[in-house]
Write a protein that binds this ligand. Structure first.
Ligand code: NAD
Length: 480
């Protein structure tokens, strides 16, 4: 299987003819190759985008909206094909790709196809000066979109859809670990009638072409989702060039459980928020804090539920936990489990690799629960990004809040309680971009999405994304 770049509406081999191997994590085997692109490919993508910009930015809102809707329809029309491709490329259970990843990719296009028809800007009358101001919001030009491997098509389209809706042309780079569904999307965009050069997809490594996109003087804005360290590097590169940046980075999210919650719903949701997508979601609640009076009961019930999760071949409908993304990542996650031994953590469940019949070389790991006694431990401070959660008890609201906020990250938090006063106090004081109360990962695409502290800067979602992808200009008209 050979993946190619998509530049100016054409599928192309990389100019220097260098290739990388694409792995199927479920089997630990190479199953294809994709371009190891270089600066020359990025250059050609930028040129195509630049040439397409005058036409696309002047294409009517209705027409842009229609094309994005076509893309959404075609994604749904190819749901099964895309879900299989995503599961194979990433190791995630096919059921998850079918129910979440691919439908959400279609929703991203449909949402922004509609949102752009409702997007408006402000007017300010300067009373007493005979002057009228209005804000003209224009597309930026050529923008860069760089995405990670954990939700490949879901996050790739989350950036591309608003960028295109707002009238920009895009140079996009999916993760080198999951290049497949971006390649399929290119075909869909052509079929949907997206003009040549409006979207260009360059495949390859972050420190070569990712860096080339960030550094390119003609790319005026970068929307990036990925690790905090990479985000810091991107900020360092882009800041002296005064580029607009949206950085969606790592997380170490608290899941705070009070005794007065709806216990059954909490338990079921906590299993999901801990281990969905093998725990490889930036929003997973990886630090679980439980009120002391239900701690022992929760511990027992949680272990019992987690023990029922099915680790195995992602192609099987009954699989709950598929393969981790790569051998290196599996080893990294495993090394954190080993830290538990030295840090005094107590492994309550899991912690071992799983050998799946006929898939012996796949990267499988048991869902793992570790009891910890100090939030300062590395297991509670560093992002593991795998099927590993810690649990710890607390006594008071003040203690829970202080534990939750005691991390350098600030992406999301989940709170389980039926107490309204507590809900409001926590909502106001949690240092995160998102607070879910009595739910997890319920997403309304109109809401601002992003993190505080080391989890990033800027917000995506809804009109926030359309504001990011447009340049506001004040027009001031004085009249006689
Ligand atoms: P990563 O930072 O290694 O890579 C992300 C993307 O950046 C890839 O496409 C990569 O090729 C590219 N890249 C790498 N170096 C680059 C450079 N110097 N310049 C430009 N681009 C570069 O992250 P990952 O391992 O793919 O993803 C996992 C991380 O993403 C986790 O930390 C996770 O929390 C985070 N994440 C955050 C969100 C969010 O919305 N906040 C969502 C999903 C994942």
């Amino acid at each position: 299987m050979k993946i190619q770049n998509y530049i100016n509406g054409e599928f192309e081999n990389p100019i220097e003819d260098h290739w990388l191997e694409n792995y199927n994590p479920a089997k630990g085997k190479v199953y294809g190759k994709f371009p190891n692109s270089t600066n020359a490919d990025v250059e050609s993508a930028v040129l195509a985008a630049e040439n397409a910009f005058p036409i696309w930015s002047n294409t009517s809102i209705d027409e842009r909206s229609k094309i994005l809707t076509n893309i959404a329809d075609l994604i749904l029309g190819n749901l099964e094909f895309l879900a299989k491709a995503e599961s194979k490329d990433n190791g995630k259970p096919i059921s998850l790709a079918r129910q979440i990843d691919i439908p959400r990719a279609a929703d991203n296009f449909r949402f922004f196809a509609n949102a752009i028809t409702q997007f408006s800007s402000e007017a300010h009358e300067s009373v007493g000066f005979n002057a009228m101001n209005f804000t003209l919001r224009q597309p930026i030009g050529v923008v860069g979109c760089i995405s990670p491997w954990n939700l490949p098509l879901y996050l790739f389209t989350w950036k591309i859809a608003p960028a295109l809706a707002a009238g920009n042309c895009v140079v996009a780079k999916p993760s080198e670990i999951t290049p497949m569904t971006a390649f399929i999307l290119a075909d869909i965009c052509s079929e949907a009638g997206l003009p040549n050069g409006v979207l260009n997809i360059v495949q390859g490594l972050g420190n070569t072409i990712g860096q080339a996109i960030v550094k390119h003087p003609k790319i005026k804005a970068i929307s990036f989702t990925g690790g905090t360290k990479t985000g810091a590097h991107i900020a360092l590169t882009a800041a002296p060039m005064f580029k607009k940046l949206s950085l969606e980075l790592g997380g170490k999210n608290p899941n705070i459980i009070f005794a007065d919650c709806n216990y059954d719903k909490m338990l079921e949701t906590t299993v999901r928020s801990s281990f969905a997508n093998q725990g490889q979601i930036c929003l997973c609640g990886s630090r679980i804090f439980v009120e002391e009076n239900i701690y022992e009961k929760f511990k027992q019930d949680f272990i019992e539920k987690v023990a029922q999760l099915n680790v195995g071949n992602p192609e099987e409908e009954t699989t709950d936990i598929g393969a981790l993304i790569s051998k290196e990542h599996l080893e990294k996650v495993k090394s954190y489990i080993d830290i538990a031994h030295t840090e005094g953590g107590n492994i309550l469940f899991g912690g071992e690799r799983v050998e799946v019949e006929n898939f012996e070389k796949g990267y499988y790991l048991q869902p793992t629960i570790i009891e910890v006694f100090d939030n300062k431990c590395r297991l509670n401070q560093e992002e593991i990004f795998g099927p590993v959660v810690t649990i710890m008890s607390f006594k008071t609201d003040e203690e829970a809040l202080s534990l939750a906020n005691d991390a350098k990250y600030g992406l999301s938090a989940t709170l389980w309680t039926n107490n309204l006063n507590r809900t409001m106090q926590f909502s106001k004081q949690l240092q995160t971009g998102i607070v879910w109360v009595n739910t997890w990962m319920l997403r309304d695409l109109r809401t601002p999405f992003g993190g505080q502290k080391d989890s990033g800067v800027g917000r995506e979602g809804g009109f926030e994304a359309l504001r990011f992808f447009t340049e506001p200009k004040n027009i001031c008209i004085q009249y006689d």
